[in-house]
Design a binder for this molecule. Structure first.
Ligand code: UFG
Length: 317
């Protein structure tokens, strides 16, 4: 199969590119290289392209035709929640505009299969211990809104011209499948704590007075390699003519608190550090974990790695 992976030079995308190549699929990566790293590509063909650029639609359509692309996995997007609040228009332009160009080019050239990177950010602040795909989505920032609208675009294209789409709602992704594909951004809890340790600073905990077992926020941390495998399962699922669902949570179903993550980092690194407890961070839901029953049943996918594997692989990388 020939797969075009947008954002394939990024942290998660490059894991999927490697798994596709390992199973013998041929890959073209479309990436604007603002966060992408070419060394992650293992020789996959690179189309350097901003999907939201005025000529992106025609360039993508030409690529789909020339390279006889069968399917698309769409990662390319801006993904910093805080930045999305500061620059909402940029997020709409990039994430929605880029996806509109992509879908138009797919429609024009008859490319029917799409796996879309969505996010648990579509849920907002759900009031349930394990969130299922059927609850009302009430995103609380422009980033989460662009992901929810992306899912609507998939649903509309399905109705209008028969797109076969799957939306994967990622929970908290961390770890490394291979050391050279590690997350180099310092934007999420695990890399932030590693950066603090390296700088001899105390990691910080945003609030220890939540109504959770140890007072800190609980999240569902999923290993990036497990998540990458979910994309291959989703791609294969699109070959079935009867597909009862289009949207799937990708998590472990297990919550870990910030204090539990910090304890695991101490255990794995062998470094004892103090932590500073700060005020709660605005917009943090106290508890966010996935109900994973749908993806297990429909895609036969289940996370294999736990918090220890996540921290150990990230630390080694
Ligand atoms: N946290 C700290 N200290 C830090 C950094 C984070 O205590 O220095 C806490 C946060 O308050 C939160 C948890 O660690 O409780 C995880 O925070 P992250 O910023 O790593 O991740 P979020 O859960 O806020 O967001 C992540 C992704 C988003 C995605 C969301 C969906 O980064 O892109 O999951 O659930 F939208």
């Amino acid at each position: 199969m020939k797969v075009l992976v947008t954002g394939g030079a990024g942290y998660i995308g490059s894991h999927v590119v490697r798994l596709l190549q390992e199973r013998g699929d041929s890959v073209i990566v479309a990436d604007d290289m603002t966060a992408g790293i070419e060394a992650r590509l293992d020789g996959a063909e690179l189309l350097q392209l901003d999907l939201a650029a005025p000529d992106a639609k025609s360039i993508l359509a030409q690529t789909f035709t020339d390279s006889e692309v069968d399917a698309v996995i769409h990662f390319a997007a801006r993904k910093q929640v805080g930045q999305s609040v500061e620059m909402p228009e940029f997020y709409y332009e990039q994430n929605i505009g880029g996806m509109a160009n992509l879908l138009s080019a797919m429609h024009a050239t008859g490319v029917e299969k799409l796996v879309f990177s969505s996010s648990a950010a579509t849920y907002g602040m759900p009031d349930v211990p394990a969130v299922s795909e059927d609850i009302d989505c009430k995103p609380i920032n422009p980033y989460g809104e662009t992901k929810l609208i992306g899912e609507w675009m998939v649903a509309n294209a399905k109705r209008a011209w028969g797109l076969r789409g799957a939306n994967l709602r990622y929970f908290n992704v961390a770890g490394a499948g291979w050391p050279d594909l590690a997350d180099t951004a310092v934007a999420n809890l695990v890399p932030i704590v590693f950066a603090a340790i390296r700088a001899n600073k105390n990691p910080v905990v945003f609030g220890d007075d939540y109504d959770t077992p140890d007072g800190s926020c609980v999240r569902d941390y999923v290993h990036v390699l497990d998540l990458a495998e979910a994309h291959l399962s989703a791609l294969d699922y699109l070959d079935f003519d009867v597909r009862p669902h289009d949207t799937f949570n990708v998590g472990t179903g297990q919550g870990s608190s910030v204090f539990e993550v910090l304890a695991e980092i101490k255990a794995v690194s062998g470094i004892d550090f103090d932590t500073d407890v700060l005020e709660r961070r605005a917009g943090d839901p106290p508890f966010l974990a996935a109900d994973v029953s749908r993806i297990e049943k429909a895609l036969g996918w289940k996370a294999k790695k736990n918090l220890h594997d996540i921290i150990e692989s990230a630390w080694n990388a």
